[in-house]
Design a protein around this ligand. Structure first.
Ligand code: MN3
Length: 261
């Protein structure tokens, strides 16, 4: 599964898979018997960025999320919109490099905005595609035990979380996202909404589950009825992927030496 590959890629970047074998990634909150093992030493020299970012393929077929998200929407969304953010990210980075090389920072305000927007669009969609899976084949159902327990802790119940997330996402003004994230310093799961690709989200939030409510994500099938799209979207949520992201976020906190980093 691509989501698995992506997750393992993150862990590899953190210190190598071989040293992770057999470690429990479950949080300390569940008790000493389930505490995290000591993390591996930091990677050396660390992952290098690619010379140019490329559009990752979808982790499933374009029609795999039917009938909840239609094939034509997926084709346009991935091949045109996500490709556009990828291109925009590369262009923003190239123009910023040119500005540094020339010492001409007269456009830095605009370039800073473009970098945030396109880097957001590039990364948000990677999370979004991997957050989803065909209904009944990894998509839908209920979160696993650890995540369910912490959703209960931080939202009161799974249903209250779903109601909160749906309401917040439906209420996004214009283009944006609903986001379930874990914030290491707040030590809790939070629902936030994001305008465009980056606004209104707290620095440090680790996104776990993201729902794209730009009109390009649903308008062909659902037109103006965003709430019907969000309701259908729950049927293709890949809870296993969400849980993997949560475990990675908790693990990263532990690896960095505690809660105060
Ligand atoms: Mn989108």
């Amino acid at each position: 599964m691509s989501s698995r590959r992506e997750f393992l890629g993150e862990l590899t970047a953190l210190g190598g898979l071989t040293t992770l074998a057999g470690l429990s990634l479950l949080p300390d909150a569940l008790g000493p018997s389930m505490a995290l093992a000591d993390p591996p030493p930091p990677p050396a020299p660390g992952g290098a960025p690619p010379a140019e970012y490329t559009l990752p393929p979808l982790p499933y077929d374009y029609n795999a999320l039917e009938p909840h998200i239609d094939e034509q929407t997926m084709r346009i969304h991935h091949d045109k919109h996500h490709a556009g953010y990828t291109k925009g990210l590369n262009e923003a980075l190239q123009k910023l490099q040119a500005a540094r090389d020339s010492g001409d920072f007269s456009n830095v305000q605009q370039l800073s905005r473009l970098l945030a927007f396109h880097a957001g669009g590039y990364y948000n969609h990677i999370v979004f595609w991997n957050n989803l899976a065909p209904a009944g084949k990894g998509g839908g159902g209920e979160p696993g035990e650890t995540l369910a327990g912490h959703l209960n802790r931080d939202f009161g119940s799974i249903q209250k979380f779903r109601d909160h997330f749906s309401a917040a996402t439906n209420a996004v003004e214009g283009n944006g996202w609903g986001v379930l994230g874990y914030h290491p310093q707040l030590k809790r799961l939070v629902v936030m909404t994001m305008m465009n690709q980056q606004d209104l989200v707290t620095t440090g939030l680790r996104p776990l589950l993201m729902c794209d409510v730009w009109e390009h994500a649903y308008y062909l099938k659902y037109q103006n009825v965003r709430a019907d799209y969000v309701k259908a979207w729950w049927n293709v949520v890949n809870w296993k992927n969400v849980a993997e992201r949560y475990e990675a976020a908790l693990y990263r906190v532990k690896r960095a030496g505690g809660d105060d980093n």
